[in-house]
Ligand binder design. Structure first.
Ligand code: TMP
Length: 218
């Protein structure tokens, strides 16, 4: 089996940049790495992503939203994550099941039991070995995310950026609670630090934690 690393955090925390840097770091060391993201990561899940993030879909009910994230995850695990782990790869995923707990339970208020049960079904036995939480004040994160959206010419994926600040604070609190509950799996990093300092911590921790067989050349 390979090694599964997920990245989590509020909008604009900088996790996507760090995921890409880590992918390059591992790949240049000869480690088979698959870089993917949620929602999305394969053609069917990417279509679901477009529905989920479209700012015009503000009327989407919390339950419909939850089911769509679960559907996208079920397809992504089946098509991408599970086969890559079976093939002994390091899989880096920009958001995964913890995002559903943070956003749909802490953020939207859906019963945690429903979410845990759906996550179990959608994940099909796959669970992260390491989760890197790039912790960041939502005010700072949202300012960064909005600058990025303004600079993008493609489809506007901003349904969550339009949520009120209190929503993003609940999401952040949810992530911090998840990390406190599972300290062995989570690595919490201060997202207000600069990109290079953050990456120095991540690359060091990943090099230590990655299984011997995979880090032969790390
Ligand atoms: P991204 O901006 O990191 O690509 O993530 C897309 C948005 O989807 C982000 O606002 C967080 C949200 N999200 C959930 O609400 N639940 C989930 O399960 C996942 C994976 C993402």
């Amino acid at each position: 089996m390979g090694y599964f690393i997920t990245f989590e955090g509020v909008e604009g925390c900088g996790k996507t940049t760090q995921t890409k840097l880590l992918s390059k770091f591992l790949t240049t060391r000869g480690i088979g790495t698959v870089l993917t993201r949620e929602p999305g990561g394969c053609p069917i899940a990417d279509k679901i992503r477009a529905i989920l993030l479209d700012a015009e879909n503000r009327a989407m009910s919390p339950l419909a939203e939850l089911m769509l994230y679960a559907a996208a995850r079920a397809q992504h695990v089946t098509e991408v994550i599970h086969p890559a782990l079976e093939a002994g790869k390091v899989v880096l995923c920009d958001r995964f099941c913890d995002a559903t707990v943070a956003y749909q339970s802490f953020g939207r208020g859906i019963d945690r039991d429903i979410i845990d049960k759906l996550n179990i079904q959608a994940c099909q036995g796959v669970s992260p070995d390491l989760t890197i939480l790039v912790d960041c004040d939502p005010t700072l994160g949202l300012a960064r995310a909005r600058r990025r959206i303004e600079a993008t010419s493609g489809p506007r994926e901003e349904r969550f950026e339009l949520e009120e600040l209190a929503f993003h604070h609940r999401v952040r609190d949810g992530y911090r609670q998840l990390a406190a509950d599972q300290p062995d799996r989570f690595l919490v990093i201060d997202g207000s630090d600069n990109i290079n300092n953050i990456f120095a911590i991540i690359s060091k921790q990943v090099s230590i934690r990655i299984p011997e067989a995979l880090r032969a050349v790390c």
